[in-house]
Write a protein that binds this ligand. Structure first.
Ligand code: FAD
Length: 437
């Protein structure tokens, strides 16, 4: 690449080649625009977020990225997925995504993101996107009509590149929120995830359904939960999510050299039901942790830039909404970017931010209701109306933007009412379980 003095030019600049960056690049290439993606890391690289939702399939297909995932699903042991299962002590429940209210695909995969993200990026490259792996964005200038990035190249050299529009798909890198002071605190409490990959010992267990993510509510503290996301080869992603005080009770002080594997095992041992499910598991991979990942921004776009996926708002891992929101954001933003490139004026608030946030708000209502315990009681209720089950299955399958789904309207209030009804029907509720402790 040329030296600092000569400014490179492209139509659209994208920071980050995760799902939001690669899908935006692919969509723009379909329309014939020049796209340059600056990606700090070399792929394949680890990323958390392995449970996809069926709604993703619609966006992958639209971007011309579905076929490559399907073609390599076997090679990378992507796990066919058709629902979500829940466990709380002796209570079990599951939602089948094919039995849902909304139209659209009812199945998807659970994926190792290292492979999945690489497949999407490779396909975008095949479509003509210039993805520069090992290049890091150091500075951003959006003051002139055409944004400029200062980039450190693979050899440590710096250069500048200018585009007619800038998309920030930098995920937790949060480049524009940081450089343009757009950060706005999330209103969720600070939570931590402690996670790894395990040999799950469940490959030949007829009682275990690999085709569903398993979400377990901690038996002794309903604010904490575990994910088990099986892949097709006998391995699973396994994680624990809770507020910091929960981990402190197990002796974790947040220090860098803490034995996270021992911590995970202690917490697992405290849940008899999940310990039984994982009785043959082998813990063989270093355990990682992330804290304070929920984030928000003051606004998601301006005349010459927009934030995609996690670079904008990130809620919580519990309903696996991250990649779905990332792909949805690209699907909404790219047609608007095209209009900008054609010289049209766009009301980014009305045409991008408001519609994107509408679905995010629906997810948010479920996340809040989950952590209050209300939605947990709905999930484990044995008296659920079939129609309502389908409406809930729709949300769990990622169809948060389907405005025809009645429970999406005023979701928070509706979930409260639903929980109340389920609790009346049920002998023991979360609040009573807490009182029992
Ligand atoms: P990312 O996938 O994060 O990609 C951003 C890219 O930008 C990275 O490759 C990074 O290297 C690059 N980048 C960053 N800074 C720079 C820079 N300065 N210069 C150049 N490149 C840069 N989502 C799900 O759908 N399902 C799940 O089960 C799920 N589980 C989760 C569990 C936890 C604990 C957490 C925290 C999140 C989870 N998520 C899940 C969310 C999911 O990880 C993200 O939402 C998703 O990866 C967002 O995609 P993205 O494209 O916006 O960003």
């Amino acid at each position: 690449y040329s030296a600092m003095s000569t400014m490179q030019q492209t139509d659209v600049l994208i920071i980050g080649a995760g799902p939001s960056g690669s899908s935006a690049a692919a969509l723009l290439r379909q329309k014939g625009y020049q796209v340059t993606v600056i990606e700090k890391q070399f792929f394949p690289r680890f990323s958390i977020g392995e449970s996809l939702l069926p709604q993703c399939m619609v966006f992958l297909e639209e971007a011309g990225l579905l076929e490559t995932v399907r073609a390599h699903a076997g090679e990378y042991a992507f796990q066919f997925k058709n629902g979500a299962a829940f466990l709380r002590g002796t209570q079990r429940s599951f939602y089948d995504f094919t039995q849902k209210f909304s139209e659209g695909p009812g199945t998807t995969w659970q994926v190792r993101r290292a492979n999945f993200d690489q497949l999407l990026a490779q396909q975008a490259e095949k479509m003509g996107a210039d993805i520069r792996f090992g290049h890091e964005v150091l500075a951003v200038d959006v003051a002139s009509t055409q944004p400029i990035l200062t980039v450190k190249g693979e050899q440590g050299d710096s250069y500048q590149i200018q585009g007619k529009f800038l998309l920030d798909a930098s995920g937790f890198g949060r480049i524009l929120p940081k450089f343009l002071d757009l950060e706005s605190p999330s209103d969720f409490p600070v939570r931590r995830a402690v996670f790894t990959h395990i040999e799950d010992g469940l490959l030949n267990d007829p009682e275990f359904d690999r085709e569903k993510i398993l979400i377990t509510v901690h038996e002794k503290d309903y604010r904490a939960w575990y994910w088990l996301i099986p892949f097709a080869d006998g391995r699973s992603s396994f994680g624990i999510v809770a507020e910091q005080d929960f981990f402190e009770k197990y002796g974790y002080d947040g220090s860098a050299d803490y034995d996270l594997e021992a911590l995970q095992k202690r917490i697992l041992a405290d849940d008899a039901s999940l310990s039984h499910v994982l009785r043959h598991a082998k813990h063989d991979t270093p355990v990682r942790t992330l804290v304070g990942y929920s984030a928000d921004v003051k606004h998601l776009a301006s005349e010459n830039y927009a934030l995609l996926g996690n670079a904008g708002e990130f809620l919580d891992p519990v309903f696996s909404s991250g990649v779905t929101i990332a792909l949805k954001s690209s699907s909404l933003a790219v047609p608007l970017v095209e209009q900008v490139l054609q010289g049209q004026a766009i009301d980014w608030m009305e045409q991008y931010e408001t519609p994107l946030r509408k679905g995010i708000q629906v997810f948010r209502a479920y996340v809040e209701s989950w952590y209050s315990g209300e939605f947990q009681d709905v999930v484990f209720s044995t008296h659920q109306d079939e129609k309502i089950r389908r409406m809930i299955a729709s949300l769990l399958a990622g169809y948060a933007w389907d405005e025809s789904n009645p429970i999406h309207r005023n979701a928070k209030q509706r979930l409260s009412t639903l929980a109340e009804y389920c609790r009346e029907e049920q002998t023991q509720t979360t609040s009573e379980r807490v009182a029992d402790r």
